[in-house]
Design a binder for this molecule. Structure first.
Ligand code: NAD
Length: 465
């Protein structure tokens, strides 16, 4: 099918993958391991090409952050799946109750079929290829729709994956929102979506029309809460790193911070001081990433301007726009005490702007968090394990980390996903494998089984109830 007719290609590829899945069904484990190994080798060999494509898409992307959060992450994910695949894919024996004996009960872990993956722009390689690794481990056929905001990376994904896998096994479908809508309306056996909460709602509706099971990896406002026993300077260091990594364009970046009341100013100053130590001279610093588009940059400017106009104090790292050579660099910014009804405190920020508010103790902080949508991540800082765990018990979020932001997602065996408005379903490690797997329950009876004794006519057989 010619590229001139992308919608027709979408349907042809889907039909081809369905047919290929029906023909093969249970992809042998050795084949799946080789699928994963090929992915690892390709990512290793082409890490530099991907770094250049991502840099071009962002206008400036830290090479180090790309290495760790894109290629490095995907290689670790694929390797982990390959190493554990025998165990994950093996049938799981279940106990048979005496009333059902003799017989065997077990769960077969079957590939679901053809999976669709819709990925966002913020980690354009990781968020397409890490779900791909999970789907390949499960033995699925896969179609990927990358974000239209990262066209260079999308094109490289298409080109590199087309050399590794036949189109009826793995295919990349490029395109904007119209293509995304058509993509999500296909009757996939599983649809895996990473992106914003508003679009996630539309994806869930499209999937419901086909009764397609869906994983929604969404966003939201992830809080960082500092208990009064924790040093503000220490917390500021890790929160600055988490917030300004990839210039805040990270789904699990701390969105806002709650410091003990009266400490907001000192904490805000410490965050900017730490940001300056990590990314001196942001204008010319190649390790400080730019904002993905002019539109996203203008949105961040408006969020900060509105909060300032409403009386909040805005502190910004020193920034010489002329020196940046890139109009989309946005300096590290801290906003002290923004109004709660400002857009800054209602919308996910997704940029290098940190609102700082005060709390009257962890009970008050938990109330603040619980009055809002359930966040994707939650960070609590305390010297006391008990205090941190008590805070976790009084709130709910997709995932959480204590005394450091974001690192929970690098622990392969921890499920990663949201709850409520921040998403549903999860992946990473065995959870990712299971996302693309159908757990098929089987009961094997011998040729003669006592269950025959309960067939009608029942007489008084069940009168003991
Ligand atoms: P987005 O929702 O705008 O786009 C994501 C994908 O959805 C793109 O491929 C896009 O083409 C597609 N899309 C657009 N309109 C669609 C429609 N009507 N139907 C189906 N698909 C459609 O998100 P984004 O701006 O690329 O990403 C940022 C958001 O993603 C943030 O909210 C962030 O928190 C979230 N995110 C979540 C995770 C996570 O793992 N939970 C990871 C990264 C980003």
């Amino acid at each position: 099918m010619s590229d001139a007719d992308p919608m027709a290609r979408l349907n042809t590829v889907f039909a081809g993958q369905k047919a290929a899945f029906e023909a093969e069904r249970h992809r042998p484990i050795t084949e799946r391991k080789s699928d994963l190994k090929k992915l690892e080798a390709m990512v290793k060999a082409r890490a530099d090409d991907f770094a250049k494509a991502i840099d071009a898409d962002f206008g400036r992307r830290s090479k180090a952050e790309t290495a760790v959060a894109e290629a490095g992450f995907v290689i670790a994910t694929a390797k982990h799946a390959r190493k554990h695949l025998d165990l994950w894919a093996a049938a799981k024996r279940k106990p048979v109750p005496p009333t059902m004996a003799p017989g065997k009960a077990y769960v077969r872990r079957e590939p679901k079929g053809v999976a669709g993956i819709v990925s966002p722009w913020n980690y354009a390689m990781q968020l397409a290829l890490a779900p791909l690794a999970a789907a390949l481990a499960a033995g699925c056929r896969v179609m990927i729709k990358p974000s239209e905001f990262t066209p260079n990376t999308a094109e490289l994904l298409r080109e590199s994956l087309s050399k590794l896998y036949a189109e009826d096994h793995v295919a990349v479908i490029e395109g904007g929102p119209d293509m995304a809508k058509a993509f999500c309306s296909l009757p996939f056996d599983h649809l895996f979506y990473t992106g914003s909460t508003p679009v996630g709602r539309m994806v869930a509706q499209a999937a419901a029309a086909n009764l397609t099971p869906v994983t929604l990896e969404l966003g939201g406002k992830s809080p960082a809460v500092i208990a009064s026993d924790f040093s503000l300077d220490e917390a500021a260091k890790t929160i600055a790193w988490g917030k300004f990594f990839n210039a805040g364009q990270t789904c699990v970046a701390p969105d806002y911070a709650l410091a003990p009341k009266g400490g907001q100013q000192a904490f805000a100053q410490a965050v900017l001081r730490e940001a300056d130590a990590m990314w001196p001279d942001v204008a010319g610093n190649g390790d400080y990433t730019a904002i993905i588009s002019e539109k996203h940059h203008a949105r961040l400017t408006a969020l900060v301007d509105q909060a300032r106009a409403a009386g909040a104090q805005v502190m910004q790292a020193e920034f010489d726009a002329a020196k940046a050579g890139n109009t989309r660099v946005f300096p590290p910014t801290v906003v002290v005490d923004p109004p709660l009804d400002s857009a800054l405190m209602r919308e996910e920020i997704f940029g290098p702007v940190l609102p700082v508010l005060g709390h009257d103790g962890l009970k008050d902080a938990a109330r603040f968090v619980n009055e809002r949508d359930r966040p994707l991540a939650l960070y609590v800082y305390s010297k006391s394990k008990q205090t941190a765990r008590k805070f976790l018990a009084s709130t709910l979020s997709g995932g959480a980390a204590v005394n450091v932001p974001m690192l929970h997602l690098s622990v392969e065996d921890l499920p990663f996903g949201g709850v409520g408005a921040s998403g549903q379903g999860a992946y990473h490690g065995e959870t990712g494998f299971l996302t693309f797997t159908h757990e098929r329950a089987v009961f094997e009876a011998p040729v003669w089984h006592p269950s025959r004794l309960i067939f009608p006519p029942y007489g008084k057989m069940f009168e003991f109830f």
